[in-house]
Design a protein around this ligand. Structure first.
Ligand code: PLP
Length: 388
């Protein structure tokens, strides 16, 4: 197909639910993607962090190819080694508990919502508190939990039982917390919301509040998880352990897999018959996720995220007087501009760099954890050129 044919087919046969950039991609490798004309782009936002360890990482490619020859899918009515190994690895590297596997971030959060409701049910607790500026997915329940009006527009009546508090504001949490509260759900660093880190003290206060009221503290680490911040999970920066944590994006190295890890105390609540998904946790996706975890360890990607994250943040601060603030942890970076960021992402693309714009004036810089110094410098030089 030519680029024109691809675009025409999309126009005719694909629903227009996405705002797409005029770029037709055919290949990806590491921090690089190639378009249909053979032009290469440095990717500082690989698949919204799905390709968080780079496109087509050789270890993931190998694991998927080998697993596909043995089995692609078995249903959850049977046992198989890849799901056993992945669950063990995830629990060992986070907190004592058990995993449920889904196919996306939203689905992992749906499992979190169902867990909170089941846990609260005996006491008549069902309300879930989430935060302004948050993003939790596009299913009906998760978009209701999301703290952004624009994402809810036109979908009323929304499911009931969701309350909002102000991010990083304990008093506002106390105001909406009541005898019907079942859980608090928070992103340790808001991603879509503009890369806003929660203050460690705020997370500690939430932990205390949840303990006192015997409600669940749930972290949505779909974007922050799997090494993005320089620790495998963002909660490990602040020594606040959640009762459940959702994962997706980088977890599968490109294949669709989501997960919720539930602390031992609550892990038995999702008893037989309470929750299920046909595709979840199949051998292929579990093999891919295992390869991602192995890669992060063997290639010291956490150290690299710390090192390259510090370097990028420092350099971004001095790149142009148009930069208002640089925030984030590790390689989860928000670069807030004094001007709309969309113009800059457009200009960057013309110059061979893919980067995201969120909340109007924030450049979201989330390169793969494998980023090299040369790649960082190249990306920085393109951004500098676009900003000046
Ligand atoms: C992307 C994202 C989701 C939704 O994940 P999907 O796989 O798109 O359903 C939920 N929460 C956070 C924090 C995300 O970044």
């Amino acid at each position: 197909m030519t680029e024109k044919e691809v675009l025409q087919a999309y126009q005719k046969y694909v629903v227009p639910s996405y705002r797409r950039t005029n770029l037709c991609l055919v290949k990806g490798k590491g921090a690089w993607v190639t378009d249909i004309h053979g032009k290469r782009y440095l990717d500082f936002f690989p698949g919204w962090a799905v390709s968080g360890i780079g496109h087509c990482h050789p270890r993931v490619v190998k694991a998927v190819a080998e697993q596909a020859k043995k089995s692609i899918h078995f249903s959850n009515n049977f046992f198989h080694p890849p799901q056993a190994r992945l669950a063990e690895e995830l629990v060992r590297s986070s907190f004592p508990g058990k995993c449920f596997f889904a196919n996306s971030g939203a689905e992992a959060n749906e499992a979190a919502i169902k867990l909170a409701r089941l846990a609260g049910h005996p006491d008549g607790r069902y309300q879930i508190i989430s935060f302004t500026g948050s993003f939790h997915g596009r299913t009906l329940a998760t978009l209701t939990m999301t703290g952004q009006r624009k994402i809810q527009k036109g979908f009323s009546p929304l499911p009931s039982g969701f309350r909002k508090a102000k991010f990083n504001d304990l008093e506002s949490v106390k105001k909406v917390l009541g005898p019907k509260t079942a859980a608090i759900v928070i992103e340790p660093i808001q991603g879509e919301g503009g890369v806003n880190p929660a203050r460690p003290e705020f997370l500690k206060d939430l932990r205390r509040l949840c303990d006192r009221h015997k409600i669940l503290l749930i972290f949505d680490e779909i974007q922050t998880g799997m090494g993005r911040t320089g620790k495998l999970f963002a909660f490990q920066h602040c020594r606040v352990t959640p009762d459940a944590m959702t994962l997706a994006k980088t977890l599968g190295g490109g294949v669709p897999v989501g997960a919720i890890i539930i602390a031992e105390k609550y892990a038995g609540i999702l008893a037989p018959g309470t929750h299920a998904t046909t595709f979840g946790g199949g051998p292929l996706v579990c093999a891919a996720a295992l390869a991602v975890l192995e890669t992060i360890k063997k290639e010291n990607l956490l150290e690299n995220a710390v090192r390259m994250g510090a370097y990028l943040q420092e350099r971004l601060r001095e790149i142009s007087p148009l930069v208002k603030e640089v925030r984030g942890i590790g390689l989860m970076i928000g670069c807030e501009l004094k001007i709309p960021a969309a113009k800059i992402t457009e200009e960057a693309q013309k110059n061979g760099l893919l980067v995201n714009c969120t909340q109007h004036n924030v450049l979201r810089v989330m390169p793969p954890l494998t980023l090299t110094r040369d790649e960082a410098d190249l990306g920085l030089s393109i951004l500098k050129k676009c900003l000046n």
